[in-house]
Design a protein around this ligand. Structure first.
Ligand SMILES: [Zn+2]
Length: 324
């Protein structure tokens, strides 16, 4: 029986899924990424996870037609390199694809950027099923983005397409993790929202969020969205700004790519309707008439599994055959 494996390599966890020939999930696993033990240890963890899932599912490793890996940071998909990975200290131009292939006895392996893989998973098996094009925006520590156009991942000439988080939305504005100023990320990410809220507290503003005994360090974007819904003036201002900037991000995507659907994922979507209702309003105020009427904004259907599922589909696309 042919099978495929999909790996979501994150700075915190390594998630792996094993899929049947028709991409039904057979089993999945998650383990903490032992990034402090270095590159070869992380490769070994990925290989061990694939072997363990094969054993548990009664699949011979030789029947795994291919493995897909979604890696953070810029990747070189042609050479199979991770160029830089922000949460992996010292990782630079490392041959993740070929090292994993060797560790799995020559099993064909394909490398993609993690945001692209997650978008592709949602496109093939999630809320994007049946559409031709999709953009997925991850609202977490940063802003990730993957784009699928006419059924294919859009990588760009240098594998750096879809850096929506680093589109300048405010000239000379807030500093961004990329070293520049005024990117979308410090305004519309979960971390950026919390940081703007803390800065306002530090400047003397008050809020029910901290009056309820929550320490400033423990504040999450969800706390701020909830306080805004409960009428807290400062939280409402901050949330309103976050959502307006996120609407700008959606408008950029619609004007450049014109996807059928924009999917939101990441920690900040825990806010649910408190995020989606104002976003729908602000974004549709900005969109041109045709996308205003038809472009869908939706929350992820696959959640944290989008990465392994998308990586599995990438493996099937790259190495699958019609024979079983
Ligand atoms: Zn930036």
């Amino acid at each position: 029986m042919a099978a495929y494996a999909g790996i979501d390599l994150g700075g915190t966890n390594i998630k792996v899924g094993l899929f049947s020939q028709d991409m039904a999930i057979l089993d999945q696993s998650s383990c903490r990424t032992e990034v402090e033990k270095g590159f070869h240890r992380v490769i070994g963890q990925m290989a061990d996870s694939v072997r363990m899932l094969c054993e548990r599912s009664g699949v011979a490793l030789g029947d795994v037609r291919g493995v897909g890996i979604g890696c953070p940071g810029p990747v070189d998909t042609q050479a199979g390199l991770v160029v830089v990975a922000p949460n992996f200290p010292g990782w630079r131009d490392l041959p993740v694809r070929d090292a994993l292939r060797r560790a799995l006895g020559g099993t064909p392996t394909v490398l993609e950027n993690d945001a692209n893989v997650a978008a592709y998973g949602e496109f093939r098996a999630g809320v994007g099923r049946g559409y031709r094009s999709l953009a997925m925006i991850t609202l977490g520590t940063g802003i990730g983005c993957g784009i699928v156009i006419d059924g294919r991942i859009h990588r760009g000439a240098t594998d750096t397409a879809g850096e929506l988080g680093h589109v300048t939305v405010h000239w000379g504005g807030r500093p961004c993790g990329c070293g520049r100023r005024g990117c979308l990320e410090p305004y519309a990410s979960a971390t950026g929202t919390v940081r703007r809220f803390r800065d306002a507290l530090a400047s003397g503003r008050s809020s029910i969020v901290t009056e309820n005994g929550l320490s400033e360090e423990a504040i999450t974007a969800k706390d701020i969205f909830e306080a805004a819904a409960n009428g807290d003036a400062l939280a409402w201002e901050i949330v309103d700004e976050t959502v307006r900037y996120l609407a700008i991000g959606c408008d950029v995507m619609v004007n450049l790519v014109d996807p059928d659907i924009i999917v939101l994922t990441g920690g900040m979507i825990a806010a649910g309707d408190l995020l989606m209702k104002p976003l729908e309003k602000y974004a549709r105020e900005m969109f041109f008439p045709r996308p205003k009427a038809s472009t869908r904004l939706a929350l992820t259907a696959l959640g944290g599994d989008a990465g392994i599922i998308g990586a599995g589909f990438c493996a099937q696309d790259s190495f699958g055959t019609s024979a079983s």
